[in-house]
Design a protein around this ligand. Structure first.
Ligand code: GP9
Ligand code: MN
Length: 627
């Protein structure tokens, strides 16, 4: 063969093309990645390319063709192994590999024993690019020794950079805040590609490992002292009034307090929940706030289980799923409860599968545990009504007492519904989002009613406590104009803060404890409040919330972004307002609380970032010495 026919870097080009196309084919055949539109397909196709260009492109710096070739074979092999390892992992766990799972030996117990059974001869395809490169090396004559010219290399890497930015730009348009929120591994893989995903994962994990490594137990002493000085004794009247009962917690997706006891163009938005606010067995908290950040639903779960604040800059479920926690589920597990979460979505969403393990939740009934019949899916997946029905059926099978957490989904942006599920009209503002929000909220209300009915029908109602809470806002500040139209007032920073109220109900059948509790509280208080009702002692736990029924409970709620609310003041948009009137008042009124709010968040962050609960003995409340 005449060497002139083959340009110097043919092997590089062949390697890049072969791995790129192979990876795309594997995406389509080896994983079940959902694609909703052409743009997503295009991003998926493009996504492996940028990293391959950079990685394989390093060959351009090598002078000897033999070295170049060896390097390219090695790199095609490395990327093939990464891809194939993910395939093997996916066959068992329907998930992509993340660094921490490689160190979780119990995962590999499962994997190792069955791995052999899942290796097929056809798997050789996953290495087809390596083979192709080897063949190419054999048949394409070795070019003379030369490194690529500086200008040639520059052009190559500018092109590679352009591909990377095109990829990231399209991904950002398709999934805003993809990297900061990093909500789903599947979403990451499909938007930035398998190889970039692993780099990103290594970055996230090593960053948190480094911060963890620098910590020692004395730091826990400091946080613990802080927590002790802010602890108040739980209400003795409420202690243990629901002891031994099942605990059912319902996450009301995107539900906001402004829809409770409210009308929209003459129609009642939440008739069932309105009834609960006056019910003799229900305690309703109208001044209860969410404290979530980027992690949205998962942040609310984090607050609920741990009574710690979520993190400011990232979704803690993703970045700190390897930590030691002392979750409510674990506490109840120790009391003989069986514990689980039920949610009809993929288990890797918000990294729940990993985090639930760390929080010692016995079981996660994810989408695989549900049968979605004809007409039972809308928007994000399974509709809440059939979801509740099947969840209660699962509960029938659970050993009692159980703690079962149900996460709803229908009232999620973009708030779409099938015609037959629309029980009220849309609102008439210029925001379709807000207009539809009333309809999906109305649907969620109906679903909760059906849940209660179903629990009664199945004989589970009497012996259970049912707690309902809104996870976070559904209507963001982008819809302020439409909100102003609905509420009939301007949305100032004060009003915005008040719109962060989410419903919170505790229903204890037969208790006669029902009342409207005006106390200012927040998601951080859920764990101590509930555990006290169930008679589980949390005296020595490191938690940042307090029992909402405690007479001395301080009415001071800090949002994740530093805004805060007290009985007298609301601090928002760097301004101080009087609570109630919403009047701007002198900054000095809020001043004493500003540092206090920051301190709370910082101490809580420290607990998480330095993984301080690993130094804590949950049984005794003492420090553990770890070398
Ligand atoms: C996803 C569901 C919604 O499983 O919990 O998450 P969100 O976008 O509200 O955080
Ligand atoms: Mn949510």
């Amino acid at each position: 063969m005449n060497s002139k026919k083959w340009p110097t870097h043919s092997i590089l080009a062949i390697a890049v093309l072969a791995t790129w196309l192979k990876t795309y084919i594997v995406y389509k055949t080896g994983f079940s990645i959902t694609i909703d539109n052409f743009m997503q397909e295009f991003i998926l196709f493009l996504s492996p390319l940028s990293l391959l260009l950079f990685l394989y492109g390093a060959a351009l710096f090598m002078k000897k063709p033999a070295n170049r070739n060896r390097y390219l074979v090695a790199m095609t092999l490395v990327t093939s192994i990464i891809l194939y390892a993910n395939i093997a992992f996916y066959r068992f766990f329907s998930d992509f590999i993340t660094l921490p799972v490689l160190f979780q030996t119990d995962n590999f117990g499962d994997l190792g024993s069955s791995a052999a059974a899942s290796i097929f001869l056809t798997d050789i395809f996953y290495f087809s690019d390596v083979i192709l490169v080897l063949i190419a090396i054999k048949f394409i004559p070795v070019a003379k020794e030369e490194v690529a010219s500086v200008s040639g290399r520059r052009a190559y890497f500018i092109l590679s950079g352009a591909v990377l930015f095109l990829n990231l730009g399209l991904a950002e348009a398709e999934r805003p805040q993809l990297l900061t929120r990093s909500f789903d591994r599947e979403m990451l893989v499909k938007n930035i590609g398998m190889y970039n995903y692993h780099l990103y994962d290594v970055y996230i994990q090593s960053k948190s490992q480094a911060q963890r490594a620098l910590a020692d137990s004395s730091e826990l002493v400091e946080v613990n002292n802080y927590v002790r000085t802010h602890h108040v004794d739980p209400s003795p009247d409420m202690t243990g009034i629901a002891e031994g009962k099942n605990l059912i917690i319902v996450t009301l997706e995107s539900m906001q307090t402004f829809t409770i006891n409210a009308e929209m163009n003459g129609e009642t938005v939440t008739p069932f929940l309105n009834g609960l606010t006056e019910d003799e067995d229900t305690i309703y908290f109208p001044n209860f706030y969410h404290q979530t950040g980027l992690g949205k639903t998962s942040d609310s779960e984090f607050l609920l289980e741990n009574s710690l604040y979520p993190l400011g800059g990232s979704a803690v479920f993703f970045t700190h799923a390897g930590n030691t926690y002392n979750s409510m589920a674990e506490k109840l597990g120790n009391q003989g409860y069986s514990t689980n979460v039920q949610h009809a979505n993929t288990k890797s969403f918000w990294n729940r599968d990993m985090m639930y393990d760390s929080m010692n939740i016995d079981e996660f009934l994810d989408i695989q545990s549900y049968e979605i019949g004809e007409g039972q899916a809308v928007n994000w997946g399974m509709k809440d009504i059939p979801f509740f029905e099947q969840s209660v059926a699962h509960m029938k099978e659970m050993p009692q007492p159980f703690y079962s957490r149900l996460i709803t989904l229908t009232n999620h942006y973009p708030f779409t519904l099938d015609e037959e599920d629309k029980m009220i009209d849309e609102f008439d503002s210029n925001s379709g989002t807000l207009n539809r929000f009333f309809q999906t909220t109305r649907y969620l209300d109906e679903a909760v009613k059906e849940l209660f009915d179903e629990l009664k029908a199945q004989g589970l109602y009497e012996n259970s406590v049912i707690m309902l809470y809104g996870d976070h806002y559904g209507i963001s500040e982008n819809h302020n104009a439409a909100m102003a139209q609905y509420l009939g007032k301007e949305i100032t920073p004060y009003e915005s803060a008040q719109l962060q109220r989410v419903p919170f109900f505790i229903h204890i059948p037969g208790s006669g404890e029902g009342h409207v509790n005006e106390k200012i509280g927040a998601q951080i208080d859920m764990r101590p409040t509930l555990l006290n009702l169930l008679g589980v002692d949390t005296e020595s736990d490191v938690q940042f919330g307090n029992d909402l029924f405690a007479p001395e409970k301080e009415e001071f709620v800090v949002f994740r972004d530093g805004r805060f609310v007290t009985k007298e003041y609301v601090y928002a948009g760097n301004s101080c307002y009087e609570n109630g009137t919403g009047d701007l008042i002198d900054q000095s009124f809020c001043e004493p609380y500003i540092d206090e709010a920051v301190a709370k968040l910082e101490y809580s962050d420290k607990m998480i970032i330095k993984d301080l609960l690993r130094f804590y003995d949950e049984e005794t409340g003492e420090l553990i010495d770890i070398e």
